[in-house]
Write a protein that binds this ligand. Structure first.
Ligand code: ADP
Length: 255
């Protein structure tokens, strides 16, 4: 299944937030969305997940979800959104409870996703016993448990320190390399986008419009920061982002 957005527009009252967004999220790819704070990135993600409906335009799910998919769209949030009184496996099980999977199949799925996210030995731990990075791995395991068609990640690493962010980026690359998934990854951090994105969608300041879609061909598992081609893309993206962020800043200061 792929997601297609056609001429999506949205406003909150008088505030126009998204203007004419047309975009395809291809199957098996990670699409990163970057842009200055307040430009509508999270709103766009909520539209993709069906949490909100656009004022105009359409969000289409094209094609069949993967085999064994229990929920076509799942979220991973910045604040992990774990239930504090539930263990790691209990939090993962949460994603499966509304589905008639049967106990044995449920246990199998939980064991599989905990193993893929290196959490097996922490299955019984409570969230308060875990570091931020591990909490986010639990949230990622929970999102993977339903074998989604598209995973929607909203600033998933923004609450973590730089070192943990780097480790989790490696984890996400490893997960994708072993079993490619489709994802939309919202971030304000260009380094994350260049590390994880097959496509990087740069939004303008509000109302968010697509300024450019930058493709990165280098395979995720072999991206080398010193690669001059990657450096050139990073530089180009930074120029686009800086222009938009500066303009957004100037607008705010006049309010
Ligand atoms: P980003 O994720 O790029 O920082 P958001 O999508 O969160 O941007 O927000 C875009 C704009 O829409 C902001 O100005 C924000 O204040 C406004 N906004 C977001 N959600 C709502 C809402 N539910 N009601 C009113 N305004 C909102």
């Amino acid at each position: 299944m792929e997601l297609r957005l056609e001429n999506v527009c949205h406003a909150y009252g008088e505030t126009e937030v998204l203007r004419d967004i047309t975009l395809t999220v291809p199957r098996g790819r990670i699409v990163c969305i970057v842009g200055p704070s307040g430009c509508g990135k999270s709103t766009l993600l909520r539209m993709m997940g069906g949490l909100e409906r656009p004022d105009r335009g359409e969000v289409l799910q094209v094609g069949a979800p993967p085999q064994g998919c229990l929920n076509p769209l799942t979220y991973v949030f910045q604040d992990f959104a774990l239930l504090p009184w539930r263990s790691v496996e209990g939090n993962v099980a949460l994603a499966l409870e509304d589905h008639r999977t049967g106990r044995a199949r449920q246990a199998e799925i939980i064991s599989d996703v905990l193993s893929r996210t290196n959490l097996t030995e922490f299955a019984r731990a409570l969230p308060r016993q875990l570091s931020g990075g591990m909490k986010q791995r639990v949230a990622i395991a929970r999102a993977l448990a339903v074998n989604p068609a598209v995973m929607l990640l909203d600033e998933p690493l923004s609450a973590l320190d730089a070192q943990t962010r780097a480790l989790l980026m490696d984890d996400l690359v490893g997960l994708w390399t072993r079993a490619p998934f489709t994802a939309v990854y919202v971030t304000h951090n260009l380094a994350e986008a260049v590390r994880l994105g097959h496509q990087i969608v740069v939004l303008s300041r509000r109302p968010g419009q697509i300024r450019e879609v930058v493709e990165i061909d280098a395979p995720l598992e072999a991206r080398d920061n010193a690669d001059p081609a990657l450096e050139a893309k990073r530089e180009h993206l930074w120029t686009l982002m800086r222009d938009e962020a500066r303009a957004a800043d100037a607008e705010l200061s006049h309010v």
